[in-house]
Write a protein that binds this ligand. Structure first.
Ligand SMILES: *Cc1c(COP(=O)(O)O)cnc(C)c1O
Length: 446
């Protein structure tokens, strides 16, 4: 049996309708180099979604590879339960250095979902220790995505993924989100006076006695189709939380590590969260690692005598894995030495220019871009904003077509996605946008 047959025989792929998968020829990636992926047949593709939003400096980067090799020669894993390790310690120090002010402690785990679970449980337990036992609920934004574990799904706002699990979820308070292209209130961004914000604030204030935290993706709601928030939305919600004694959890799993043009998206509005969730780009996209950062105040609430049981009873077996921490440290060194954030400024402008070719297309409803996150919403009719029927799989067909031009991408519903590594050059931005545009024309015409 060859690999393609064995894949179909043994594997169940995530977020994949396996009935379709079994009918198709699987693309098997054998190796990577820089911003490119190579399949088992020797074909070369640009990694247009950074291997699901994680890759930062390209694949097989000599320095990142070396950091892993060197750590493996020492030890590959030892536990943080009752022991410590140098790389976990050094990385924690570096994360605190670059994180928004006020965050002073790092709790490790291994995926975005676990980083979120930890933030939710910390926020909840914090108020239990503080004697505010009624503060047990979470607020979240419509269309939000915080991961696939049950706690994260309980604060998830994408019905397509989340509604079937309703009976398993804890009750949370949904706030309107600024998805301006399809405004929940039927308004226009220029004249709406941010009604979604007014409503969200109202709901927070109404529920202030019961709310322990608001969780949100700052500036860009990724999985929802790259919804870019209007200026001031985050800052105002942060202010409302602070004034009403509600913690703010920012999920920067997707937006963190330069994605939106600053190291963390919340910097753009000068917002300092009480809990910050990091994963995806933390290791440059090399190994699974996540971190939940929090404040001295929250940390201190868990201090007590052993027998008081104020301990945070939570931990994943591979927490603080030294190999993952070693490569994360090297990732941060590269950010600094190669001035990655600085270079993103002009690259982001190039990217916007390259995206202009989409704007006149009759099936492009909206182009949304912030830094190196981009979503192109495809509609059947620009006037009515109606989408193509799901069964037509239009965005899937366009994304598959792009492989013929040497580009790997994966859509989000009716939204085409470009999320290239931060190491993408100006020329490559032109290449990937052209490849995607040609694919769009191939499937939907001019
Ligand atoms: C991807 C993502 C997660 C989940 O991360 P996993 O590592 O897949 O568990 C959580 N929040 C946001 C904003 C994400 O984009």
């Amino acid at each position: 049996m060859d690999l393609k047959e064995k894949d179909k025989k043994y594997l169940w792929h995530p977020f994949t309708q396996m009935k379709d998968w079994l009918k198709e020829e699987p693309l098997i990636i054998e190796r990577g180099e820089g911003n490119y992926l190579y399949d088992t047949d020797g074909n070369k593709y640009f990694d247009g979604v950074s291997s699901l939003w994680v890759n930062v400096h390209g694949h097989c980067h000599p320095r990142l590879n070396r950091a892993i090799h060197e750590q493996v020669e020492k030890i590959s894993h030892s536990t943080l339960l009752g022991l410590s390790n140098p790389k976990a310690i050094e990385l924690a120090e570096k994360l605190i250095e670059i994180a928004p002010k006020g965050l002073t402690k790092v709790f490790y785990s291994d995926s975005g979902s676990t980083a979120v679970e930890i933030a939710l449980k910390m926020a909840f337990q914090y108020f239990q220790h503080k004697g505010l036992k009624g503060k047990t609920k979470f607020a979240y934004l419509n269309n939000s995505y915080h991961g696939d574990t049950i706690g994260a799904v309980s604060v998830g706002g994408i019905d397509l993924f989340h509604s079937i699990f309703k009976p398993l979820l804890f009750d949370s308070i949904k706030l309107p989100s600024p998805y301006c292209y399809r405004c929940e209130f039927g308004l226009e961004r220029q004249t709406c006076l941010m009604k979604c914000l007014t409503e969200a604030k109202k709901l927070i204030i109404q529920n202030r006695e019961n709310l322990c935290a608001l969780i949100m993706e700052p500036i860009v709601q990724g999985a929802a189709g790259m919804i870019v928030h209007p200026e001031g939305f985050l800052k105002e919600l942060a202010k409302t939380c602070k004034e009403n004694g509600i913690l703010l959890i920012l999920d920067e799993v997707a937006t963190g590590f330069g994605r939106t043009g600053t190291m963390f998206a919340c910097e753009q509005e000068g917002v300092k969260p009480d809990l910050l969730c990091l994963a995806k780009g933390i290791t440059g996209g090399y190994l699974p690692l996540a971190a939940t950062l929090t404040t001295e105040d929250i940390f201190n609430a868990f201090l007590g005598e052993y027998e008081e049981f104020k301990t945070f009873f939570h931990g994943h077996t591979y927490t603080g894995n030294p190999v993952a921490c070693a490569v994360a440290l090297e990732n941060l060194s590269l950010f600094k030495e190669e001035r990655v954030i600085e270079q993103l400024k002009t690259k982001t402008i190039s990217f916007s220019k390259c995206l202009e070719k989409f704007s006149e297309h009759k099936h492009v409803g909206e182009i949304r871009q912030k830094g190196f996150m981009c979503g192109i919403e495809i509609v059947k009719d620009k006037e009515t904003k109606k989408i193509f029927p799901y069964k037509d799989k239009v965005t899937i067909k366009i994304s598959y077509q792009a492989r013929k031009y040497g580009l790997i991408t994966r859509p989000l519903g009716n939204v085409l996605v470009l999320m290239p590594p931060l190491s993408t050059t100006h020329e490559e931005l032109e290449f990937i946008t052209s490849a995607l545009y040609k694919s769009l024309v191939d499937i939907l015409g001019k």
